[in-house]
Design a protein around this ligand. Sequence first.
Ligand code: F0G
Length: 360
Amino acid sequence: MTPKQTPKVRRWPGVLAAYREWLPVNEDTPPLSLGEGHTPLIRSDRLSDATGAEVYLKLEGANPTGSFKDRGMVLAVAKAAEAGSRAVVCASTGNTSASAAAYAARAGLRCVIVLPHGYVAAGKLAQARIHGAEMVALEGNFDDALRLVRRLAQELPVTLVNSVNPLRLQGQQTAAFEVCDALGRAPDKLCIPVGNAGNISAYWMGFSAYAEAGIVPNRPQMYGFEAAGAAALVAGHPIDHPETFATAIRIGHPASGHLALAAAQASGGGIRAVTDEEIAAAYRLLAGEGVFAEPGSAASVAGLLQLHRQGRVASGETVVCVLTGNGLKDPDSAMRLASGEMTVLPAVERDLQRWLEGVL
Ligand code: F0G
């Protein structure tokens, strides 16, 4: 028998090359990539069984720096380099800064990061530090940090790479393209966490662009979920002191709130709040199915379960929950929310066997 031929592996070129005709790139744009995009879309058996829908998870934690931010950051940093900028600057709850630091390093630019002191998960801090960013921890929250860096970027020759930079949203719409490319159509519902409200707006742009081009026949109902302690869009006014253990979305003045509300309304969806308890339960449910997403990401699943309890999920409809960041970003939350204990034993086979017999 002859051995089977090795399947031909085609290298994924990153989102700038893969979705070139949809993005403002040209011959002068540097071909920047860390291999972002092309993330898995996997079926969730547990959530499908629980809701009666066909539920898929978009694993954005599989991006190079572990979050969806890479899709927009690669474009924002490439265009900053193209324009001759020497430094990029951002405020961040952690993921934007990790991504900015990595892509700036890749492009040979400097990176300046302003963070809310004490509210950034350990993995995200470690990333920004090892990539060599200049970092400031501000005695304030994310909204304070964003307000200050926006002013700074007007005064100094640095490029702002928060999602108020429209290039970020243009890059992030590639996630919606991928969902459509994988399903052959848009889902019936998209469930997504909302913090500064950029990503939900980017997905809506992407779904709309594909529908207008006739590539898909439909657009999904867009459901965005804020943490209850930071639910400015649900409340209808900014929250000056947002609180949630899901620090990624601990944001009280969502900069793209108007776009998010417009997307939710135009699509027949909505923006809702999920409590920290609902987020923690969803985080554990996902982990029980082998999927490790950070707490902020689990807000999408918490939201789907809430919609189901309210009778808003139709049997057999297709739902995509976006898991925006990798669970490894926030090891402290995992250690705090994991059940069970770890046993310490002497290195003796009999002891180990007895322990295992007790466990099985
Ligand atoms: N999920 C994760 C893991 C995030 O890091 C963020 C935002 C969101 C969801 C919300 O996305 O802001 O577009 O509505 N993180 C930003 C940051 C604010 O600085 O890393 P959004």
